[in-house]
Design a protein around this ligand. Structure first.
Ligand code: ADP
Length: 483
């Protein structure tokens, strides 16, 4: 495993201007994996300059859509060829089970680059029938330099969600990974250059939010910010970006409802509710963290869910049997445990879990947690925990289910379990969420747009239309036809 420790700017490894570094830890042991060069404002400056130069240089601007497509495809091939190594780095950096990194994250990253490789030569404007003796047509042009800021839960996938469509549309990118998990993004920068992407088209600047992230958001040389992270930071990003009127896209937090009706396939619903909250340690923006269950099956359901939670083996993320890896950092572990305390003190019933645990006396682990009898007003029903903590509450009928599902500032995703087609589609129509899963949960595809309603943000990741919207701008060209 080759661990990158420097900044990737202009197609090469460089040290940070001030020479400062920060420790990146393996959350399964708490040990320092690497001291990584820390990007600050001066380094962001350098990266933006490199991106700007690459954006206007003929090697990228004049490359042509078919070759751009081929480059992205080559990058996908290189990611695939290095998948074992990338998944290993991801597991050590994030704490997720290797099984998830290798079998779920990596294939989806490869698919993502291939999907957007396919888009690169299918971007075009239109001819518009205007009044008068004129020809009017539109050009779809890249936005310019895109600053991408991503979180730590799916480090490489999140990088791919931003970088693949941005490059497909002909932009240059400065990517700031999360300070907890910068390693695979750095490798991605190196692989892009290896694939033939011109130097400076993709730069990676690991550093902290308040310094590197903020510098990128404020930088006058950045045309667009593509951000995924928490809702409070999203608000700051939008405020700061308004000074230079950047094009901003925000994919933020969630408190997604997973709604189970009494007429559902209960075995499937219990499984779906369990993976909906415990997959990825619950560190998933779309985690089904509020599980709403129809009153008549409520007690049985809570029992079944608790026994599934107890079967989630907590352990070394590199072990095949591990289903719940390490929480990403000590800080996040404390946060999760403080929500467990909040749940107890607010009067929710702790059915199972809620305990810190370890592997060989080390690491940041917590057992899969189920709270029942949760009220909508409680903090564990309203605030994003970003950990393996399920808040289960009963509901009476369809109206009550929809009202409770929507009783949140968030609107990222929602799940519904029922055999009644009409009920399912009514729920899908009335729930305020950017994604609705019917009799399934946590499904993603490069072709299907993903993003939030309400304070879960706006704009979409993935999908052709969403990428066009985010990473291109439209120019209208008028031609006089008479002399
Ligand atoms: P999370 O809860 O997932 O850590 P954050 O919103 O704190 O979410 O972080 C998501 C990303 O935003 C990270 O890359 C982080 O460094 C960055 N970030 C945090 N604060 C700021 C800020 N003020 N300006 C720009 N980026 C920031």
């Amino acid at each position: 495993m080759q661990i990158p420790t420097r900044l990737w700017i202009g197609g090469e490894w460089v040290d940070s201007d001030e020479g400062s570094t920060f420790p990146v830890r393996n959350p399964a042991s708490g040990d320092v994996l690497a001291e990584v060069q820390e990007a600050r404002a001066a380094d962001v400056d350098r990266a933006v300059a490199a991106a700007r130069a690459a954006f206007v240089a003929s090697e990228w601007r004049d490359i042509g859509p078919h070759e751009r497509s081929a480059l992205l495809w080559r990058l996908a091939d290189l990611i695939e060829a290095n998948a074992d190594e990338l998944a290993t780095i991801e597991t050590h950096d994030n704490g997720k089970p290797y099984f998830e990194a290798r079998r779920i994250d990596l294939p989806s990253v490869v698919e993502n680059f291939r999907y957007f490789a396919g888009m690169a030569d299918k971007i075009h404007g239109a001819t518009i029938p205007v009044s008068g003796p004129f020809l009017n047509y539109t050009l779809r042009e890249p936005v310019g330099v895109v600053g991408a800021i991503i979180p730590w839960n799916f480090p490489l996938s999140q990088a791919a969600w931003k970088v693949a469509p941005a490059l497909a549309c002909g932009n240059a990118v400065v990517l700031k990974p999360a300070e907890q998990t910068p390693l695979t993004a750095l490798r991605l920068g190196e692989l892009a250059t290896q694939a033939g992407v011109p130097p400076g088209v993709l730069n990676v600047v690991p550093g902290f939010g308040e310094t590197a992230g903020a510098a990128l958001v404020r930088h006058p040389g950045v045309d667009a910010i593509a951000f995924t992270g928490s809702t409070p930071v999203g608000k700051t990003v939008m405020r700061e970006a308004s000074e230079t009127l950047k094009k901003v896209s925000l994919e933020l937090g969630g408190k997604s409802p997973n709604v189970v009706f009494a007429d559902a396939d209960l075995k499937a619903a219990v499984r779906g509710a369990s993976t909906g909250i415990f997959y990825g340690k619950g560190e998933v923006c779309a985690a089904g963290s509020r599980i709403l269950v129809e009153r008549s099956i409520y007690d049985d359901f809570v029992g079944e869910l608790a026994s599934r939670a107890e079967s989630m083996t907590v352990g070394d993320p590199m072990e095949k049997t591990t289903r719940l890896g390490a929480i990403v950092s000590e800080e996040q572990l404390e946060r999760v445990l403080s929500y467990v305390e909040a749940g107890k003190s607010e009067g929710a019933r702790l059915v199972t879990g809620g305990e810190r645990t370890d592997v060989n006396g080390k690491g940041y682990f917590v057992t899969a947690t189920v709270f029942a009898d949760v009220e909508s007003t409680m903090r564990i029903a309203q605030e994003e925990i970003f950990g393996p903590v399920a808040a289960v509450m009963p509901f009476e009928d369809v109206d009550d289910a929809i009202a409770k599902a929507n009783d949140t500032i968030y609107g990222l995703a929602a799940g519904v379990w029922t055999r009644d087609v009409g009920k399912a589609h009514r729920f899908a129509r009335e729930v305020q969420a950017g994604t609705v899963w019917i009799n399934t949960y946590n499904r993603y595809d490069s072709a299907s747009p993903f993003g939030g309603y309400k304070q879960s943000g706006f704009s979409r990741d993935l999908g052709y239309e969403a990428a066009l919207d985010k990473y291109t701008q439209t120019k209208s060209v008028w031609v006089a036809l008479d002399d």
